[in-house]
Design a binder for this molecule. Structure first.
Ligand SMILES: [Zn+2]
Length: 277
């Protein structure tokens, strides 16, 4: 493994849900491990069980339960345990591994849509990330009353527990446009789908290097033989994009993924030691 030197991480962009990192000194196995752990192992909160008290709508209980399950909930990883790891060891769960949400909706004055905002949580910190997720349409006189139990879970068991919408990486691009060979015909500027190039004082210039996705269209469009532009990627350098569904801040997701990888590697080390004995 070429990972003996230190990994350098630079934050390129960050807001409430998106995080873009430049990671140098890493390799593909490490990047892929982090990506897969973020998708499948970092827990988040989602409705796992629904008790229907009254449902006079036209949708079956199962469909409503499925829709509720897919509603992203704000997650608090520090206050809740995964059901399997909770001390209570109870199938029903306790206040440390379960959050109860209730809904009591009725259409009294004609047809209306019931939104996620009508879910009432026992913990004001564990609520839908948006009040505007449509759950069901009720016609006049129809009623929906239910109790739902949210738990921490992992994306590998059901996609509703996946904390990220996007978690992907690409190689760090490296582009050279030699002024001597290039006749500034602008073909590369026009063809690039990511608008990487621009013309400055009649010369081709790289405008946004990190937008490059290494599609090589610019190299193919170059009339020079061999092409004047070279597009390569830096060895052991990557750009990682993490887009959270809103359940956790993106930096927390990647921090958790790193911690989990570390824990898994330590466990593996222990196992190897046991085998050798
Ligand atoms: Zn418990």
């Amino acid at each position: 493994m070429e990972c003996s030197h230190q990994v350098k991480i630079e934050v390129l962009e960050k807001n409430e849900t998106d995080l873009r990192l430049a990671i140098k000194g890493a390799d593909v196995p490490l990047m892929n491990a982090l990506r897969r752990i973020a998708l499948a192992e970092v827990p988040s909160m989602a409705i796992a069980e629904v008790v229907m008290i009254e449902n006079s709508s036209i949708l079956q209980d199962e469909i409503i339960a499925h829709r509720l399950g897919l509603t992203p909930l704000k997650t608090d990883l520090d206050s809740y345990n995964l059901p399997g790891e909770c001390e209570c060891q109870s199938e029903f769960g306790c206040s440390l591994c379960r959050v109860t949400l209730t809904m009591d909706a009725e259409a009294t004055e004609g047809t209306r849509t019931v939104y996620s905002g009508e879910l009432v949580s026992e913990n004001p910190e564990i609520v839908p990330i948006s009040d505007k997720v449509p759950i069901i349409k009720l016609a006049k006189g129809q009623k929906l009353k239910l109790e739902a139990y949210a738990r921490l879970g992992k994306g590998k068991n059901h996609a509703k527990w996946q904390p990220v919408a996007v978690c992907a990486y690409k190689y760090y691009p490296k582009i050279t446009v030699p002024t001597k060979e290039c006749d500034n015909c602008t073909k590369c500027v026009d063809i690039c789908p990511k608008k990487v190039y621009t013309m400055k004082e009649n010369k081709v210039e790289v405008r946004d290097l990190l937008a490059c996705n290494l599609c090589m269209d610019c190299v193919e469009a170059c009339p020079q033989k061999p092409p004047a532009i070279t597009v390569e990627w830096e060895k052991n350098a990557f750009i990682m994009n993490i887009e959270s569904t809103g359940v956790l801040p993106p930096e927390r997701i990647i921090q958790e993924a790193t911690k989990m990888l570390d824990k898994q590697l330590k466990e593996f080390e222990e196992q190897v030691k046991v085998e050798i004995k």
